[in-house]
Design a binder for this molecule. Sequence first.
Ligand code: NIG
Ligand code: FE
Length: 405
Amino acid sequence: MNADILFTNISQLVTPIGAGARGGKQQAELQITPNAAFAVQDGLIAWVGRQNDWTGTAREVKDLGGCAVVPGLIDPHTHAVWAGNRLADFEARASGMQYEEILRLGGGIRSSIRDTSAASLEQLVDLALPRLLALQSSGATTIEVKSGYGFSLEAELRCLEAIKILQSKLQAHLEPTLLIHVPPQNASERPAYLEMVCLELIPQAKPLVKAVDVFIEREAFNLLETRRILETAQNHGLAVKLHADQFHCVGGLELGVELGALSVDHLEVSGQPQIALIAKSQTIATILPGVTLHLGLPVAPARALLEAGAAVAIGTDLNPGSSPVFSSQMALALGVRLNRLTPAEALVACTVNAAAALGLPNRGRLEVGCVADALVLYSSNWLELAYLLGVNPVKTILIAGQEVL
Ligand code: NIG
Ligand code: FE
């Protein structure tokens, strides 16, 4: 076997095995290879195993100094494109005002929409780039990025255009999603907005995205509206996902399962009926512990989801209002603390299960044929990835076999 590069002297190479999501008991299964090495050819993993078993030749050999290696993290849920800030909301909430109340009164997401829709394409790119670089340096090698603070046809398309430009400036792989976030505040304008979304926005966004997401909630879209948007997306050949069960169960998870959504995200208030339903489906249950921490919401029931057999993914939900979390490693570490996942379950949540939530079969694991995205840790023990809070355990990031500088 010939390879471009062989990475050697790895104390532990830790990875989920096999394509596709891992649910239930299988979510805890990792393969840990001691004294490991792996070879990369054309950006893909060409060989992986115990270093002593390597018999090929490589054009370059890189000694990783006895450190642990894990797959690059996959952040399956971010809203990295926004302008303005939500510091006034933060202060108001600290004085006892509720997130939903702020939104109902025209603040919150709606204030981010005012600021974002007034920003130029160049400003949106300049604001989002350092956020995505922060996620990348925390270990995210694949990042989903939603629109959703544009609102109008033009501003939503501008956000998606910004994501396309951001991809040309960033080594991490970006997956753009069209998010239909909130309806007009004036109820009489809702039908016309829905027409615009279904007849103009989705068809025009189609070349720029793989999936459409809707926020279904009392203060956002209702079940009927959500169904219409998601069915339109599917009729255009797009995948669907939802923000559901964040404050109230209003049928979003059930709709997501019925439509075969890639994922249903949030789930802070999901109960036994919702848990049982998603566990029987192929839909990924994506939890967002940063929101629990920042808004003081209930903890998404990750243990009950796993006990029922669901596949759980973790995202940062990086956004200005409900989760100012700029680290995928931190999201993983919070999944252990707040949602009571084991470190192994949390690593699977942030790798193969997150990949499945984005419909990406050859990412999130260090196996032959997969994209060679990997993290070299400072430690020889991979558990530091889940342990440390507030310092970065990631020493080197490899994206398609290339070191990120
Ligand atoms: O995932 N829940 C709705 N959307 C975002 C929050 C957006 C915001 O507060 O700006 C979320 O939490
Ligand atoms: Fe979100």
